[in-house]
Each structure stands twice: as C-alpha cells, then as structure tokens.
Design a binder for this molecule. Structure first.
Ligand code: NAD
Ligand code: MG
Length: 396
C-alpha cells in the first residue's frame, strides 16, 4: 500500500553534482520516492551505473548517444530501461503522466525547454537549473501559473529565503523589506585583483566551501553566479530588484536572510550541503532526513560578513542592469556568460574577460519582443553569436 503513494521522480541532469546529491537523498527514502527517469548529456557509462542502481523506466541521453547507452545496458542485462535521446525526449519525460516531481539539474539554458514542459504539465518542479529561470523569466512564470505547477527553489540561497518567508505569499511584499543573499566570495575573495588575469580553470574551480560542476564553479569565482541568483530571486519571489541585496559571508553557513518591515531579520543556517535544500524541495511542506551532518555552532570559528567589493566583482551589478533593461536582457546576460565561461574553461579567454564579454554583449545585443520559448531561444542564439565575436576579439 505504501508503494501506491510513492512519488515518481524524474532527475534531469542525473550525472551532475546536483543529480548525485538528489539521488543520494532519494535513495534514503525508498518508501517515499521512486526514480522513474534519469537524464544526462553524454556520460554513457555513468548513466548505465545509475540505471543499474535506480532501475528507472526511462533513461534519456543526449542526441547521438542512444545506441551506445542501449548497448551498455544490454550488456549489463538491464533490458527494462527504455533509452530515449535528444531534446524532445527530455521534454516528454519532464511532462509525462507517470512523473510527479521533476528535478531540474541540467546546467545552462539547455534546461529551459524541459523546465517549461514540466511547468505546463503541472509538475512539482525543483529548480536547481537557475539559468532556465533567468532566461525564461516571465515566460517561465506564466507556464508555472497556467500549468498549475509548484515551483520550488533548490539553490541554497533561494531555499533559505523560501524557508524564511511567511507562508502566506500574498502578503509578502507588504511585510518584507528586503532579501539579503549571501555569497561566499569564491576562491578569489582575497586574491590580489591585479593577478586575476592569470587565473587558470583549475584555480577557478577550486571552491573553498562547495564541490560543484565546473560552470557554476567559475560563476562563483566571478560572482556571476550571484548575479544569476539576484535575477532568480526576483522571479521566484516577485520583489523589486532594488529590494534584493548581496553580502559576502565566507563561511557559507547563513544561506540567506529576509529582513522584514519592523527590522527583524530571519536567516536560514546549515552546513554547506546541497542535500538540505534538495530534501526540502522534495518533502515540502514536510521535512525528511537529508543525510547532511547537523550544524555544530560551537565548532565554528565564527561567522563573518563583508560588503561586496565592486572592483573585484564587476559582474554583480549586471544583474540589476539586466532587470531594469528591456525584457529578455537577462537571457542575453546568461547566454554571453555561458559562452565566455566555456571559452575560459577551454583556455581561450582570460578569466577577467568573462565579465567583459558579458557586459559588451549586453550593450550590443538588444532584445526584441519576447512572447514565448521560440523568441527566447532565438535571442539566446543571437546573444551567443555576439558573445563569440567578443571572445574571438580577446582570444588568447
Ligand atoms: P554539473 O555540470 O555537475 O551537471 C550538469 C548535468 O546536466 C549533467 O548531468 C550533464 O550531463 C547535464 N547536461 C549538461 N549539459 C546538458 C545539455 N546541453 N543537455 C542536457 N543535459 C545536459 O552541474 P551542477 O553543478 O550539478 O549544476 C546543475 C545546475 O544546478 C546548474 O544550473 C547550477 O547552477 C545549479 N546549482 C548547482 C549547485 C551545486 O552545488 N552544484 C548549487 C546550486 C545550483
Ligand atoms: Mg546558490
């Protein structure tokens, strides 16, 4: 009987860092959750391992890798897993009747279409893939409203804000003064800014507090991650951009805060472990064991806070600029950043040019009307072309 009540989960981006943390939480609650679909871009062997462990009904892999995955599964005798490939399959799985919960843990704008499919199909949508909301903006929110979906944040800062906000959402804006997102400051919080031109991908990906995918690690080092999160917060919580602030908190224990009209500040604390916000998204409004160690305040050396140095992190203010500019500008910001980060990771662009490429692209690529997904994808492509021009211009 317990089995009938199990919630059926699709984990998109299952081979990534958030995917692994999600599967870890799900595996702790086999009576509560059932993994029905897994997706990955191209890691065939890793995907086959996950299929053996979780026995999903569907395994979705990037276009061109289906045959290899099928062969791998056949060899292991996993004949009950159906292999699908490509974007259309991702959207089909994200909106399938057999799925209750979609974990959106694909990295980048590539995750937008499956998120929209899940939203329109009224799923409980757990959003790690912040780029999808940054690019999708109002189009994304409309799909959630019209589909009757439940959009829940997985980003640790937004989960913190969600946990700190009063439950009656209709009265938030009257009661809330501001949201304060914390930022660790990343690996270069104290590095001499004059040397940021020499940063290597390995240095940029060595985050002091979190082990994450390479793209978000670079974003944390430039603080473009926090810029994306400011935009994400604006859409998730509906607050005016000027009421969203960022403060540096190197220990990553206070995951974010809400300041109310009367001066009261409510913060959410925890060890830096993504299984906490993932478990909350899975179980909300209940709470389940996440596997994360409890916070021991007596063993912390201290909690410190400092203002963001705009000279060290020039990318952060682009968030407010994008939100104040024409609709679609956050999509331009995101596309340019994705291109620049990819070029940096490939050794083709200097670290300190990542933000320069993004800013130059925002100045040059002005969005037209944004009515739906097709407009957004076209804008994304156009912004990438402009960004690649700048990458070329500054190529190493
Ligand atoms: P990752 O690189 O470790 O994993 C990305 C996953 O997406 C992999 O499974 C990969 O196969 C898949 N993928 C990549 N490109 C794809 C494409 N074009 N089409 C389909 N699938 C594709 O990344 P991550 O660190 O797990 O981050 C995932 C998302 O969660 C990002 O949006 C990131 O910003 C967000 N996030 C991550 C963390 C973290 O701690 N890692 C924290 C907060 C938010
Ligand atoms: Mg975050």
């Amino acid at each position: 009987a317990a089995d009938l009540a199990r919630q059926r989960v699709a984990v998109l981006g299952a081979t990534g860092s958030i995917g692994a943390s999600t599967l870890d939480v799900l595996a702790r609650h086999p009576q509560r959750f059932e993994v029905v679909a897994l997706s990955a871009a191209r890691q065939v062997a890793k995907m086959a391992d996950l299929c053996r462990r979780f026995r999903p009904r569907w395994a979705v892999i990037g276009a061109g890798h289906g045959a290899a995955l099928r062969a791998e599964l056949n060899q292991r005798g996993l004949l009950d897993v159906e292999v699908l490939e490509g974007q259309a399959a991702l959207q089909a799985v994200a909106s399938a009747a057999e799925v209750d919960i979609v974990m959106a843990a694909i990295v980048g704008a590539a995750g937008l279409a499956p998120c929209l499919a899940a939203a329109r199909a009224g799923k409980r949508l757990l959003l790690a893939n912040k780029e999808a909301l940054v690019v999708g903006g109002e189009v994304f929110l409309r799909a959630v409203r019209e589909g009757g979906a439940t959009l829940l944040p997985v980003d640790s800062e937004h989960s913190a804000v969600f946990q700190a906000l009063p439950e009656d959402a209709s009265t938030w804006s009257a009661r809330v003064d501001k949201i304060v997102l914390t930022a660790s400051g990343g690996p270069f919080r104290t590095r001499d800014p004059a040397t940021l031109a020499d940063v290597t991908p390995e240095q940029a990906c060595a985050h002091p507090n979190w082990v994450m995918g390479r793209k978000i690690s670079v974003d944390s080092a430039t603080m473009m991650n926090k810029a994306l999160e400011v935009i994400e917060a604006r859409y998730l919580f509906g607050l005016e951009p000027r009421r969203i602030e960022v403060i540096v908190h190197p220990q990553s224990v206070v995951h974010s805060m809400v300041q109310f009209r009367d001066g009261s500040v409510v913060a959410q604390l925890g060890t830096p472990d993504m299984r906490v916000p993932i478990a909350y998204g899975l179980s909300w409004p209940e709470r389940i064991d996440s596997g994360a160690p409890a916070l021991d305040l007596t063993r912390l050396a201290g909690l410190t806070f400092e203002a963001v140095d705009p000279a060290r992190f020039p990318g952060l203010r682009l968030a407010w600029e994008a939100l104040e500019a024409a609709p679609g500008t956050p999509a331009v910001l995101n596309a340019a950043n994705e291109e620049a980060v990819e070029a940096f990771l490939a050794g083709r662009l200097r670290f300190d040019r990542i933000v320069a490429v993004t800013q130059a692209t925002m100045e040059q690529c002005l969005p037209g009307p944004v009515g739906g997904l097709d407009d957004l994808l076209a804008l994304d492509r156009r912004a990438r072309a402009v960004a690649r021009h700048w990458v070329q211009q500054w190529a190493l």
